[in-house]
Ligand binder design. Sequence first.
Ligand SMILES: [Zn+2]
Length: 253
Amino acid sequence: MGPPRIELLRVKNSLQTQLSLLEKIQEIDIEVTRIGKERESYPKKKELIDEEVSRLEAEVDSMLAVKDELERQRAATESEVTVWDEKIKKNEERLKDIKNEKQYKAIGKEVNTATKKKTEMTREVVRIGKLLETKCDELDNTKERLRQKNEECGAIEAEMNQLTAEWEKVLAEKKTERDAIVAKVSPDILRRYELIKDKRNGTGLVVARDGTCQGCHMSIPPQLYIQLRRGPDELIVCPHCHRILYVDKRISV
Ligand SMILES: [Zn+2]
């Protein structure tokens, strides 16, 4: 056993250490990405609720306009009922001092017409009243939905504020932890990891198990796998997905 063998062993050991440091960095990166995604999801959730609140507010406004219009129509129809009613009373009064048959018939006809109109308008008042009742119920329901949405909006804001404080604390901790590990990793290895990670959906480093890359689930050529198991003296990447491969000694050996 001459010095070159010792040198090779040192390289192997140091590569093994580098890979396990990289594994820790990746764990941190995955957690940081997860927090980032969770964080991003909140403004979107809030935005959806805000949109629903605006939609319901507009709905309440237009329903209030409909309600106002129906109330106006009902009041107008009610005054028409009063007008026809007064006409009936006036003509009935006139009938008392009628002198001839012709006049009597004419006034009688007017009373009939006014009575018909009054009945018609009274029915219309009832119809509008029923419609108004339905519209008021719908309005109440919409107002209640709006109240609930506003409540939801407040709740998500409170949740977001609380979580933001927690996320910031965890992210600061993770950064400190990562910086400390990065200081021990060779810049070349770190750069390769970062490059692959960016191209490969956040994972630059994967375990090889049972002759298969656990990143893309493709078989690793046997010669390469043997080299990995033995402890490589240089970085080995998956020939299919190009991620850095390592063997988890806790599982594979
Ligand atoms: Zn692969």
